[in-house]
Design a protein around this ligand. Structure first.
Ligand SMILES: [Zn+2]
Length: 110
């Protein structure tokens, strides 16, 4: 531990401090802990996977519609619609849950 001078008030503060004890300016960003990082990355990966799943699911569901009768086309469209709603529903619920974990594990200042 050593002392640095605050960029705002020029008082000497510890280089391990997140905030200046004198003027309260933020000196450096608080680091996320292990779980904070884990949930942040889980959140990012989850969004990528869900986006990929939605796109892959939609292209698979609409593939080969040309060869079908109109009744089959309608059925496939309904199936794709229900599938999309399910995926988006899961996506939203997962985002809320993971978002809460990200929020709870966010770094605390000071
Ligand atoms: Zn200061």
């Amino acid at each position: 531990m050593s002392l640095i001078s605050c960029p705002e008030c020029a008082k000497e503060v510890s280089d391990t401090a997140y905030k200046c004890q004198n003027c309260g300016v933020q000196l450096r960003k608080a680091k996320r802990g292990f779980f904070g990082k884990l949930f942040k990355w889980a959140f990012i990966v989850f969004n990528v996977v869900m986006a990929w799943w939605l796109i892959a699911g939609m292209s698979a569901a609409t593939k080969g519609l040309e060869g079908m009768s109109s009744a089959h086309q309608a059925g496939a469209a309904v199936g794709a619609g229900v599938g999309a709603i399910l995926i988006i529903g899961l996506w939203v619920v997962g985002d809320i849950i993971l978002g809460l974990f990200v929020l709870f594990t966010r770094p605390k200042a000071g």
